[in-house]
Design a protein around this ligand. Structure first.
Ligand code: RTP
Ligand code: MG
Length: 137
């Protein structure tokens, strides 16, 4: 089942020069292809839409502040079961709970600064791809 997903390498990944390491893990998965890639700063409006499901939660404001603290790398990745697959590569939200071998498990310690976002379902992927790469959907 070929799918497309939106991946964001968060500002901590860019600041810590982990972009190549993380993209390398995605690139090495058989048959997956990066079809868009851009370093960009995210504006408030984009972040509000992207994280709308978390509005009102205690971590929402600091999350938006963190996500605007520096540029992110936005990617579109296509391939076999890529939505579930990138979530597996990333590991669970809390990097301390994430197994070594996963991106968050190998490089993170702080829940907020967990290096990577990846769409969590086909519906989220469709919405997020439209938001970040309008015209490509
Ligand atoms: P993401 O949306 O970024 O791919 O991560 P996720 O699905 O694993 O986690 P989610 O529950 O959607 O939360 C979005 C992001 O908010 C930050 N967060 N901070 N308690 C906290 O301080 C807290 N909880 C979540 C993380 O950056 C998380 O990835
Ligand atoms: Mg999420």
């Amino acid at each position: 089942m070929t799918q497309r997903t939106l991946v964001l390498l968060k500002p901590d990944a860019v600041r810590r020069s982990l972009v190549g390491e993380i993209i390398g893990r995605i690139e090495r998965k058989a048959g997956w292809e990066i079809t868009a890639l851009e370093l960009r700063a995210l504006d408030q409006d984009t972040l509000e839409q992207h994280y709308g499901e978390h509005k009102g939660k205690p971590f929402y404001e600091p999350l938006v502040e963190f996500m605007s603290s520096g540029p992110v790398v936005a990617l579109v990745v296509e391939g076999e079961r890529v939505i579930e697959g990138v979530r597996q590569l990333a590991g669970p939200t809390d990097p301390i709970a994430a197994a070594p071998g996963s991106i968050r498990g190998d490089f993170g310690t702080i829940v907020r600064e967990n290096l990577i976002h990846a769409s969590d379902s086909e519906e989220s992927a469709e919405r997020e791809l439209k938001l970040f790469f309008p015209g490509r959907a």
